[in-house]
Design a protein around this ligand. Sequence first.
Ligand code: HEC
Ligand code: HEC
Length: 210
Amino acid sequence: MNGLISSAVRWFRILCLSLGVFAVIAPAHAGGDPAAGKGKAAVCAGCHGADGNGGADLTIPKLAGQDGDYLAKQLKDFKSGARKNPIMSGMVAGLSDKDARDIGAYYGGLKPRPGAARNAQLAKLGEKIYRGGNAKTGVSACMSCHGPSGHGIPPRFPRLSGQHPAYVENQLLSFKSAKRTNEGDTMTRIAFRMSEREIKAVAEYISGLH
Ligand code: HEC
Ligand code: HEC
């Protein structure tokens, strides 16, 4: 019995030690400090929601659970003008690179709230495109870069699952018209081949993906 207890204690020590070491060698989100980010994000809550899951305006994205490095890059791109949006460029004017990383780490650590598609028929067409693309028009399957559940592949391929459909639709239209080109033309080449109906459909499917 004593042997059993002491071996349990030994394993517990080993576990604590290895967790401790792991915490030291695995910093969250490339140096961003989520606690500092929380304070800096207070002004963002009015539009992006107190929990980062957005508000009533569905053209404003959910940020909760998005990759912190992707978010920091978008903030820097709004600031430099590489990504254009009159509202956001005003919001980031005073942010440093460190602020952007801290805010990214903060939102990246918030829990994303799942959404639900409202139009089942449209979502069904969207699912086909998301999973298999459109061979006739040369649209690639979204899944190959954004993952089967839309969780993304950080830091380059953002998370999409549960995002507001109006925001996703707007972004796809911006890529299609080459208005959003802050990460090269990968998405423009894809969206360019999509019809407006396909864009609506895939946005509807993504809103319920989790
Ligand atoms: C007045 C409303 C408003 C406020 C306040 C606001 N935003 Fe935004 N934000 C928007 C809108 C609208 C968009 C969509 C822009 C677009 O369509 O490209 C957006 C987009 C973003 C994106 C891009 C997300 C993605 O998935 O690519 C990030 C990141 C972001 N905001 C962060 C912030 C941060 C951080 C703050 C606070 C410092 C903030 N926002 C304050 C309205 C707002
Ligand atoms: C070859 C890889 C690849 C494929 C396939 C792909 N994407 Fe993307 N997607 C990207 C990259 C890279 C970005 C980041 C672009 C940026 O930061 O400007 C992106 C960004 C996006 C965004 C913006 C997210 C945000 O939060 O603002 C949306 C929406 C999107 N993709 C939807 C789709 C849909 C829908 C499909 C399928 C029709 C698709 N993507 C297929 C690489 C891909």
